[in-house]
Design a protein around this ligand. Structure first.
Ligand code: DGL
Length: 254
């Protein structure tokens, strides 16, 4: 069982930013990644629609013997993680949420920004985190409308993207935000572009490294860690068909 793969899912290529952290931290693990490209974006979809997709993908990943499934998507986590844990109670799941807690704890100005999808802001998890950890912090919430579509189309370094990012990030900076939580796995690919706008005035927080740590923790705890495989197999599926991805894309935010 320890030689079974770690499964990861997202609405598209965003979760590859999490895949990168998982494979760096756990270099002996096989992985199987599923991009639900035909149904991307998840952000504006209803909870029921997202649950239906995520159940479909979970079943697919389980046919690939996934020993743990990373819901490498904030929107899908917000909509479906409780449902998944209830319905698949023998499967290990790791979900993700915007790093509002560290943003609020680290903030000196008392103002933080959160850039996420509508679905993530609508989730119970997000509201609970804000109430618990950011009650005394001003949290500026911004939907990243249009960003996922541009990223999926490979239009990262474009005037269109730049205009949207200025529109979303400038009001956060003007309000004094010193930390910005990136609440969508796709946005990791925008880190260099956002840094050009923030010019060191605000720290960007990406939860992907913490998610990889949680994957490791659960594998160790359940005796599922692979220490032997030297040449791990990395499989990528989009709408059930294998795909190749451009490694360059995931590496451009070093
Ligand atoms: N990458 C996803 C997230 O983390 C989903 C974005 C979308 O499909 O709208 O929220």
């Amino acid at each position: 069982m320890s030689s079974a793969p770690v499964g990861l899912l997202d609405s598209g290529i965003g979760g590859l930013s999490v895949w990168r952290e998982v494979t760096r931290l756990l270099p002996h693990e096989h992985t199987v990644y599923y991009a639900d490209s035909a149904y991307c974006p998840y952000g504006p979809k209803t909870r029921e629609e997202i649950i239906a997709r995520v159940v479909h993908i979970t079943n697919f990943l389980l046919t690939k013997q996934a020993k743990l499934i990373v819901v490498a998507c904030n929107t899908a986590t917000a909509a479906a993680i409780d449902y998944l844990r209830e319905q698949y109670n023998k499967t290990l799941f790791v979900g993700m949420e915007p790093a509002v807690k560290p943003a609020a704890l680290l903030s000196k100005s008392g103002v933080v920004g959160v850039l996420a999808t509508q679905g993530t802001f609508n989730g119970r998890l997000y509201h609970e985190t804000v109430e618990r950890f950011a009650a005394n912090t001003t949290v500026i919430e911004q939907y990243g409308d249009g960003l996922v579509e541009l990223i999926e189309a490979g239009k990262i370094d474009t005037p269109e993207m730049d205009a949207l990012l200025h529109k979303y990030i400038n009001p956060m900076l003007e309000a004094g935000a010193d930390h910005i939580a990136l609440g969508c796995t796709h946005y990791s690919f925008l880190i260099p572009a956002i840094r050009k706008i923030t010019e060191n005035k605000a720290e960007l927080l990406d939860p992907a490294p913490a998610v990889a740590q949680q994957v490791k923790h659960l594998l160790v705890q359940n005796n599922l860690i692979d220490t032997e495989t030297t040449k791990p197999k990395y499989e990528f599926f989009s709408d059930e068909k294998p795909f190749q991805f451009n490694e360059q894309l995931t590496m451009n935010n070093e």
